[in-house]
Design a protein. Structure first.
Length: 271
């Protein structure tokens, strides 16, 4: 496991253990105060489990250290991603709307645990299972914005090829396509599929995301193999948004997209 990732998790564990012992609590007593299991508290302290944001917030409340564990959690989360992607975590949390084009895989905010694990494992073949678990936990935690009381408007365009590629195998893809079909019905969430029949589309350069904020300029993000770039210049963000608009015009309607997802799922033997 890379040392930088270990140090952030170790710092969280050390701080938790230090405050727990300072307050004279056992792991069982701390677990009762934050409404988590003793095994999870033990797992966090021994680096076997990755703390969630909710866990960190409850630790701050229980120990009377507002912000301490939340800040450490932020470091743990950021270190689960490459440095070029770290700003995106903040964009997703603060955005009022997210516009995204993904040509290669199902977008991270829509992935199942099985699909996400397969994607992460394939791009980190030499990492330990523990490191993969931490990256998976960080990716799934990002999805909490979808379940918020007031989530951002989410508009995804996904290439048909990403839905037909058997990442993780037949069972994993069946579950993933089922999740996409279910999420397509969520209010405030739009999923469009760019079909194979769409020619000379505007998304050939790679993934694109644009984040809108309340009272602040929109920001873009593009990615290529081994790197990514935050786009802040007004004209460049506008160009990215134009590309996304052109992709939407070339993509199937949300209703037809949902039907194609169901069709592909049935073709692979799903429900």
């Amino acid at each position: 496991m890379p040392e930088v990732k270990k140090s952030a998790i170790a710092a969280f564990a050390d701080e938790l253990r230090s405050w727990r012992q300072r307050l004279g609590w056992s792991q069982v007593e701390l677990a009762e105060k934050i409404a988590y299991s003793p095994s999870l508290v033990s797992g966090v302290e021994t680096l076997a489990k990755t703390p969630t944001l909710d866990f960190a917030e409850r630790c701050d409340e229980a120990t009377g250290t507002p912000g301490t564990f939340v800040r450490l959690h932020d470091l743990v989360t950021r270190e689960a991603y490459p440095s070029y992607f770290a700003p995106v975590l903040g964009f997703e949390r603060e955005a009022t709307s997210v516009h995204s084009w993904e040509p290669g895989v199902v977008p991270g905010l829509l992935q199942t645990a099985g699909y996400a694990r397969s994607v992460i494992r394939s791009s980190h073949p030499r990492d330990s299972d523990e490191a993969i678990d931490r990256m998976l936990a960080a990716r799934l935690e990002r999805q909490e914005i979808v379940a918020r009381d007031q989530p951002p408007m989410l508009w995804f365009i996904v290439a048909e090829g990403a839905l037909r590629q058997f990442i993780g195998g037949r069972t994993v893809m069946d579950e993933q396509l089922g999740k996409l079909a279910a999420m397509a019905a969520h209010p405030g969430l739009v999923i469009q599929v760019l079909p194979f029949a769409a020619t000379e589309h505007a998304g050939t350069d790679g993934p694109i995301s644009v984040y809108d904020f309340d009272g602040a300029p929109s920001v873009g993000y593009t990615e290529c193999y081994g790197g990514g770039r935050v786009v802040e210049a007004h004209d460049e963000v506008g160009a990215l948004m134009t590309a996304i608009s052109m992709l939407r015009a070339s993509a199937l309607s949300p209703q037809d997209s949902a039907e194609l997802v169901r069709k592909i799922r049935s073709e692979i033997g799903g429900n």
